[in-house]
Design a binder for this molecule. Structure first.
Ligand code: FRU
Length: 615
């Protein structure tokens, strides 16, 4: 009895020591209700409530109550011991209403007093501004990134009235995957980006996973002609497909009252919609993730969908999950022919481990996709990019001039959450124009080129060399130093008598990226094991390799070096290779050498590239 009285006394002391509804001076009243439950009342108007984040702790569940009713729930790694960065909760939209956060932290503390010592309670604050000036050394200079926070898949992209809209899987409350929301940026030229407010936020059906947008010019759905209609996955207890529309060009969306519009018993996501001219119907592809197939639906009005067929069981790369489909008809270079291409992102099970994009070439009649086969009847596995950091690639709906423009997420699920950046995580690849070509093996392959708009990034021409022999002795060329060395390198090599040509980018710290052009193996490889910081994840140090189809004696490359990425485009568009790198200081030299005989450098040009204003 005496013992129980003692415990009760201790508990009373702990509770009274915790600040109950204190801190009114900073516009917040904080009350600790238990070892894992705290409420925070906002008592002054402000634009933002800044939440301190510590990445290594578990998520706290933050319920936002407006006038006593739950408005939203966020998962935030609220700081316990130290603050890695802050994230803003925009409370200006709740002006005039009572705002209360009911917070449940993941691990409870032994006593309420101990729980009240967590750093977040003293450091959360109200503010009318949030500093998005990102000063991190690995923040890209000319690739699209979110202003802050985590990004994965690009999705919902459409072109309308001269602007390219890009949405993306976004966590506005931390630099790791959570709270999936459609972030939004737009661009007049595919290279300079304006960041907008998030476009579609989670609701009681779930968080907002990937999907697509179409412009409903003929008002088939009844939301107005020219309405932008989004189909996306609501990720709740189960994954279902939902619809939302926008009458202001894709800035704000209204969710359809009849959601969800597609339900299934098993995991299915990332609806991708397009208008099929020949049948006069909408077509939707849905990734039946664990079943490794794409389901194909049709609809007259974007709301009522009929399952018509499925594609993929047992075909192509089958490991991991199938995600983020796209289906489009592409011209075959130099002919009047057109073939259908089905993009299938899969993770893991990619060509170099983890995430990657495979594609199938074939025919589509509005209801079923039939893949081309090899002479033995099998369906070949083809990869869209031969690097480790290219995923969730899909195309813009309604691109002008018959173009097909794609963009990917420049990371890999193996280590995306661990890369050495802080206030933001991940960038998109450069935009790419795709078409098909027929190789000498009779097969159709994607031809991928940097979108022509990318040329506008060029600044000063830093190097121009013509007609050099390349032998065993390494020849060094200085890379531009402005803007941390971001540059484009264009080179054309003839293998001549060489067995291999080695192309290296290096810095003063002895770090290097080593690329090998091997004409006899018909391959081009990229090794980043010594490229800089690689030890944050054991899957990061890696070598990637692309096959060279047809002419193996000549190689032209366009190499785009940003602060933490290298994208290599074969000059003929036969392969692309996208890899992240984290050198401790920028690469300053390009070195060329050859083994087994001499090669010839027909031309080398290096341009420094201009940073895009929005970064
Ligand atoms: C692909 C993916 C999608 C899903 C999204 C969630 O990277 O897993 O299938 O919609 O990410 O953020």
């Amino acid at each position: 009895m005496k013992y129980i009285r003692h415990i009760a006394a201790c508990l009373m002391a702990a509770v009274s020591a915790a600040p109950a509804f204190g801190d009114a001076g900073r516009g917040l009243e904080i009350s600790h209700l238990g070892t894992s439950n705290t409420i925070v009342r906002v008592t002054s108007p402000a634009r933002y409530l800044l939440l301190p984040v510590e990445e290594s702790v578990d998520d706290a569940t933050v319920n936002v109550l407006l006038d006593g009713r739950r408005e939203a729930t966020l998962n935030v790694r609220l700081a316990r011991n130290k603050v890695d960065y802050y994230v803003p909760l925009d409370i200006s939209r709740y002006a005039g209403r009572s705002v209360l956060l009911d917070i449940v932290t993941a691990q409870s503390r032994a006593t309420v007093r101990e729980a009240s010592d967590d750093a977040c309670w003293t450091l959360m604050s109200l503010s009318d501004s949030f500093d998005t000036t990102n000063r991190e050394k690995y923040r890209p200079a000319f690739h699209h990134t979110p202003l802050y926070g985590w990004m994965n898949d690009p999705n919902g992209m459409f072109y309308k009235d001269g602007r390219w809209h890009l949405y993306y899987q976004y966590n506005p409350y931390g630099s790791k995957w959570q709270n999936m929301t459609w972030g939004h940026s737009s661009s007049p030229d595919l290279v300079s980006w304006t960041h907008h407010d998030p476009a579609i936020e989670p609701d009681d059906l779930g968080t907002v996973f990937s999907g697509s947008c179409v412009v409903d010019a003929d008002n088939t759905a009844g939301f107005g002609s020219g309405a932008v209609v989004a189909l996306y996955t609501s990720a709740g207890v189960n994954q279902t497909q939902s619809l939302a529309w926008s009458n202001d060009g894709g800035h704000t969306f209204t969710k359809y009252a009849g959601n969800p519009v597609i339900t299934l018993e098993s995991e299915a996501r990332d609806p991708n919609v397009f208008w099929h001219e020949a049948t006069g119907e909408w077509v939707l592809l849905l990734a039946h993730a664990l079943d490794h197939e794409m389901l194909i639906y049709t609809s007259p009005d974007l709301k009522n969908w009929t399952l018509r067929s499925s594609f993929g069981k047992g075909l192509g790369a089958q490991d991991g999950v199938w995600e983020c489909p796209d289906l489009m008809q592409l011209p075959v270079d130099g002919t009047d022919e057109r073939k259908w291409v089905l993009l299938c992102n899969l993770n893991p099970g990619g060509v170099f481990g983890g995430s990657a994009t495979q594609y199938f070439v074939g025919d589509f009649d509005g209801a079923s996709f039939i893949p081309d086969t090899l002479s033995d009847g099998s369906v070949p596995v083809k990869w869209m990019d031969h690097g480790k950091d290219h995923y969730a690639t899909v195309s813009w709906s309604g691109a002008p001039d018959g173009r097909h423009v794609v963009v990917g997420w420049m990371s890999n699920w193996q280590y995306a959450a661990e890369v050495p950046t802080k206030q933001f995580r991940s960038a998109n690849t450069l935009p790419r124009d795709i078409a098909l070509y027929r190789a000498s093996d009779g097969q159709y392959y994607l031809r991928t080129m940097p979108s022509p708009e990318v040329d506008a990034l060029r600044g000063r021409k830093a190097t121009a060399v013509r007609g050099r022999r390349i032998g065993q002795r390494p020849q060094r060329f200085a890379l531009p130093t402005q803007n941390d060395g971001v540059c484009e390198i264009l080179l054309t090599l003839y293998a001549s008598r060489a067995e291999a040509v080695i192309i290296s980018l290096g810095n003063d710290a002895g770090e290097s990226v080593d690329m090998v052009y091997d004409p006899s193996a018909a391959s081009f490889s990229f090794d980043r094991t010594l490229s800089g910081i690689t030890d944050f994840n054991h899957d990061f140090p890696a070598r990637t390799e692309a096959p060279l189809t047809d002419d193996t004696k000549k190689l032209s490359l366009r190499i785009f070096v940003d602060r933490s990425s290298i994208e290599i485009f074969d000059g003929e568009g036969r392969f692309v290779m996208t890899n992240l790198v984290f050198p401790t200081s920028p690469y300053t030299t390009l070195t060329l050498s050859a083994t087994g005989g001499r090669a010839s450098l027909s031309s080398l040009e290096v341009y420094s590239l201009n940073p895009i204003a929005s970064n």
